[in-house]
Ligand binder design. Structure first.
Ligand code: SAM
Ligand code: SF4
Length: 494
């Protein structure tokens, strides 16, 4: 696949977007030396200071970089216990007891970049390359919405003109157009989030027009030197700042929600957490809106990709939990996404911490894998190997057993609860009440349409508990409305 042509396509994208001007180091808000200075300055944190910082997080205020550096340096296990407890309390305060589920949908794996850690990199000859036609995308959506019951997707693409902004626009439109009859109602994808390469403002405006959900781009690593090494020269992705400012461009283009992320395992996780915080703060400063979500994928094995085994920055399970806790404390209002990259036992443990808000299930990342009904993972078709292929139903049942409610609500976006408005509601702890009501109703819909009797039984207990709690939280009139809608769903309305 590595050809003269792929290089000239990369050159063309670099030229058209004048990406070269985004290359210089030191003109952005990530200062590598400053980050290390702060991390090294607070090596022996005073517990009193730590508790002051925790109180700030609990008041849903974004931390200062120095404050995060203090928390990162905590060693005392008892203080860590307090930090985990605070993180859990924050999640409850902002998002209540609910988890949102989604599925990734890979539309194409052509790529002009050469990221050393990725199965799709252009010089990787073992990968079977494929781009779904629009009809094939619809077929994938039919399985996801009609058989599994997903309402949210993240669509994923390599970087290539064949899957550029226009193709992305067409796939989003195609997915929204799919409506499938189910047992008692109908299935439809209601929110399409996008994970794709950095784009120009005009391209992002085009995606905004067709109703893009969150525009998610991971910086991979915030460390300039490491970034330059693992994204080789000559590729589009080599340009750190073109990527770093893509969320700024998205917000300028009018996209409501943006998602940040780091690929953990490329550089020191302490540094990366600081990078994420600087990034969130810069968005807050310039747009009054921080990241809608933060993702924290860890490096996974990929076909013919020795880099993954060779990296010296692998994040252990213990540190991974700390990373998750620290993100919640540093950017308390943000949605946090745990993916099926992680094996089931780790996901169970992490979801049980009560800190994250979203997770994927029934995950297949081979191109065309949902409608082709592949049951085994096939590394030659995948970007990397996933750790937890369990079905949505299994994940939901397990969550219910742990006492969490799965929400299929996407109303917030339709009611204008996005961007700046949702920030305000999240920070004041009001969004959780909308979410709690809608979680009950949409969970009920999903159970009626897709669940087995066994799952329904476990889930019903959670619904009852939630309704009981709601009784004490909302005015009587609202509670009556909830009962009325519940009954209408019971009667088959959606
Ligand atoms: N190609 C676009 C880009 O790079 O921005 C879209 C995203 S890529 C298909 C999705 C994400 O997968 C990347 O941003 C990266 O963080 C992650 N990824 C790549 N290789 C991985 C690996 N070996 N293990 C886990 N995640 C990986
Ligand atoms: Fe291409 Fe994205 Fe993989 Fe890099 S991470 S090789 S840009 S698909």
């Amino acid at each position: 696949f590595e050809t003269v042509e792929t290089q000239s396509l990369a050159d063309q994208i670099i030229k058209e977007n004048e990406i070269e001007r985004y290359l210089e180091k030191g003109r952005d808000f990530i200062n590598d030396e400053e980050i290390w200075e702060k991390l090294n300055k607070h090596v022996e944190p005073d517990p009193v200071r730590v508790r002051e910082i925790l109180a700030k997080s609990l008041a849903i205020e974004t931390l200062e970089p120095d404050e995060l550096a203090v928390l990162i340096n905590v060693k005392d296990p008892e203080l860590w216990e307090e930090m985990f407890a605070t993180a859990r309390e924050i999640k409850k305060k902002v998002y209540d007891n609910r988890i949102v589920t989604f599925a990734p949908l890979y539309c194409g794996n052509l790529c002009i970049n050469n990221c050393l850690y990725c199965g799709f990199r252009r010089e990787n000859k073992v990968i079977k390359r494929r781009v779904l036609t629009i009809e094939e995308v619809k077929r994938e959506a039919e399985v996801l919405a009609g058989e599994i019951g997903h309402k949210r997707l993240i669509v994923v693409y390599g970087e290539h003109p064949a899957t550029g902004a226009e193709y992305i626009r067409d796939t989003i439109e195609a997915i929204y157009s799919v409506k499938v009859k189910t047992r008692r109602g109908y299935g439809q994808i209601r929110r399409v989030n996008v994970n794709a390469a950095p784009m120009s403002i005009d391209e992002l405006k085009m995606l905004k027009e067709v109703g893009i959900g969150t525009y998610q781009v991971f910086q991979e690593t915030y460390h300039h030197e490491t970034y330059a090494q693992i994204h080789p020269k000559g590729t589009v992705k080599h340009h750190y700042q073109w990527r770093l400012y893509c969320h700024h461009r998205a917000l300028e283009a009018g996209v409501d929600d943006v998602g940040l992320g780091v690929l953990f395992g490329l550089y020191d996780w302490r540094f990366e957490l600081m990078g994420l915080l600087y990034h969130a703060r810069d968005l807050e400063k310039k747009f009054g809106i921080g990241p809608h979500t933060i993702s924290f994928p860890r490096l996974e094995p990929a076909a013919n990709t020795p880099f993954v085994q060779e990296t010296k920055y692998k994040v252990s399970d213990e540190d991974f939990k700390k990373v998750i806790c620290l993100i919640r404390l540093a950017v308390p209002y943000t949605g946090m996404i745990l993916t099926a990259r992680e094996p089931a036992h780790i996901r169970r443990e992490i979801l049980g911490l009560g800190i994250v808000t979203q997770t994927d299930a029934s995950t297949k990342i081979g191109i065309g894998a949902y409608s082709d009904r592949y049951t085994e993972q096939e590394l030659e078709r995948q970007q990397f190997q996933i750790g937890d292929p369990r079905s949505l139903e299994e994940v939901i049942r397990e969550l219910a057993e742990m006492g969490y409610i799965t929400s299929f609500c996407t109303a917030g976006y339709r009611c204008g609860r996005t961007g700046e408005r949702i920030m305000d509601l999240l920070v004041k702890g009001k969004e959780r009440i909308f979410c709690k009501l809608n979680a009950v109703l949409t969970f009920k819909e999903w159970l009626d349409d897709f669940a087995s009797e066994e799952t329904k039984e476990v889930a019903q207990k959670v619904i009852e508990k939630e309704m009981e709690e709601l009784k004490g939280m909302v005015p009587e009139g609202v509670y009556q409305k909830l009962l009325e809608y519940y009954q209408r769903i019971e009667n088959g309305e959606r």
